[in-house]
Design a binder for this molecule. Structure first.
Ligand code: GKR
Ligand code: MG
Length: 438
């Protein structure tokens, strides 16, 4: 079996105005859909964060895979290294978003990881379809068919996103209606949580912070704890935009209510110092984000829990290596997410289903999106779980009409890269997404 064709399609998914330290989500979230086709006509799928630079990187690399054997992952690695170079060789201790790597190095590494992830995941889907095996079977076997997900709450402005922008579609009920409402206060966050949990049955909650005054965000965590009681696991993540002083002060207050404190501060050194001081579990998807960061994580003890993400770690295989690391060195393991459609959801589900020591429910932005590119439309999350599909590979097929529609939506949206800061400046011209904001 050889790879004969590769199709790369940028799409735009409607996205409501969610807030974070980076600013405000644009009306559309960009994704890239990758399809590889074998010489016997079987296709393998993957989905990645979008943007013209990422798309260009995929397109430049893709011809190297002409005639490639999808089983040969070592060759894929060699081709990727030849094409992108291997910056990790020169500085294996560099942390991508920490203090030692420049933004340029971090972006280069991220692009390389994305490209490897896209083709690795698509190869697994292709192999699974060819062999009538689920991807999770190929990754080591299914240890759970029900993959628990966490509710992912955001402070947000009013608006449904997409064509609606800051407006709301009338006549909706339940989560569909709540999804369009503003959530700018602790009460608003509790209402958001209630509607999301009623619709999807989540049994743990993550709140994205970093958007407003730390006191207000801390009060939102305390309001969630009061509303849902002490048995509902709560996580809080200000994306490292808090100073040590701020994170220390509010961490002491919200700490007892938290399952984990995710990236309160920036870089492995600061994370290590504060986590020792506060003595509560720290988690990261910002200071330990690649295999090259693991020596630093060990040396410093920067976090107790690492969030994997097959898009950012370079595919399933590095995430399985991370899982082994977590097992051997006593780290907990959770999973990170960005706005995404059903192919990413399925890839996350297969990875989670095949990871015995996935110790926390996975993040997903999926409830915030409305459209999808998979046959059958939006995949159901029930009782807080994604149920692994029975079909081979990732278990989903591409809905070509939907792909075409969302590609046209991408062309019409005219967005080249995700840019939450510029989006926020349309409403708050003085806004700057500096690394430390509070
Ligand atoms: O979608 O705004 C967002 C999130 O802030 C996302 O970009 C983060 O990468 O969810 C992520 C996180 O856990 O840091
Ligand atoms: Mg995070």
């Amino acid at each position: 079996m050889k790879i004969r064709d590769i199709n790369i399609t940028p799409i735009a998914l409607s996205d409501p105005p969610l807030l974070s330290a980076a600013g405000r989500h644009q009306s559309y979230a960009l994704r890239l859909v990758v399809e590889i086709v074998s010489d016997d006509g079987i296709s393998g799928l993957a989905e990645l964060p979008g943007g013209v630079k990422g798309e260009a990187a995929l397109r430049e690399f893709a011809p190297r895979l002409d005639g490639h054997d999808p089983f040969d992952f070592n060759r894929l690695d060699r081709l990727i290294d030849e094409h992108f170079g291997n910056p990790q060789d020169t500085d294996p201790f560099a942390s991508s978003l920490g203090s030692t790597a420049s933004k340029k190095e971090a972006n280069a590494r991220r692009r390389k990881s994305h490209v490897r992830s896209a083709f690795e995941v698509a190869c697994y889907d292709l192999i699974g379809k060819a062999m009538n095996k689920r991807v999770a079977d190929l990754l080591g076997g299914v240890v759970r068919r029900e993959v628990p997900c966490s509710a992912y709450l955001f402070f947000k402005y009013e608006g449904g996103g997409g064509e609606l922008g800051v407006n709301k579609a009338p006549g909706l009920t339940g989560w569909e209606a709540q999804r369009q409402e503003a959530a700018l206060t602790p009460e608003g966050i509790v209402a958001e949580a209630d509607a999301m949990i009623k619709a999807f049955g989540f049994k743990s909650i993550k709140l994205k912070g970093g958007a407003f005054d730390p006191e207000l965000e801390t009060n939102a965590i305390l309001a969630l704890r009061d509303h849902f009681g002490p048995d509902m696991p709560l996580r809080f993540d200000p994306n490292a935009c808090w100073s040590m002083e701020t994170a220390r002060k509010w961490g002491k207050i919200m700490g007892p209510a938290l399952q984990y404190y995710e990236d309160p501060v920036r870089g492995q050194e600061q994370m290590a110092e504060l986590s020792k001081e506060l003595g509560i579990p720290f988690a990261t998807n910002m200071c330990t984000t690649a295999l090259a960061d693991l020596p630093g994580s060990l040396r410093l003890g920067s976090e107790q829990i690492i969030l994997s993400d097959h898009h950012f770690w370079g595919g399933f295989q590095p995430c399985m290596t991370l899982a082994q690391f977590c097992k051997v060195f006593g780290r907990g393991l959770s999973m990170h997410s960005n706005s995404h459609a059903g192919i990413s959801l399925m890839a996350m589900a297969h990875l989670a289903a095949a990871t015995p020591n996935l110790t926390y429910a996975v993040d997903t932005h999926y409830p915030w999106q409305r459209e999808d590119i998979i046959v059958g439309g939006r995949y159901k999350i029930e009782n807080g779980n994604i149920t692994l599909p029975d079909g081979p590979g990732l278990g989903v097929e591409l809905d070509r009409a939907a792909l075409d529609r969302l590609h046209k939506q991408y062309l019409a949206a005219g967005i080249e890269e995700r840019d939450d800061q510029t989006e926020m400046r349309k409403f708050r011209p003085e806004f700057t997404a500096t690394p430390t904001q509070f």
